[in-house]
Design a protein around this ligand. Sequence first.
Ligand SMILES: [Zn+2]
Length: 76
Amino acid sequence: MKCFKCNGELELKKVNYVVDLENTIIIIKNVPANVCMTCNEQYFDDKTAENIEKIVNQLKELSAEVTVVNYKEKVA
Ligand SMILES: [Zn+2]
């Protein structure tokens, strides 16, 4: 698999996924992603994208200004 943007090499890494919502910022740590070595673009597989969506839906109800969670703990 290559980067869709620049055709660079992708490497599987753990990244911090940040969602900036109107009244809260959610940071999900250690999300597995394919990251382009050249332009840093991040790609998530379907299952991971689905999990991220679930986590965000769950957490955006909280009124905390910033919420930091660990991907592994939420998905396990
Ligand atoms: Zn790229």
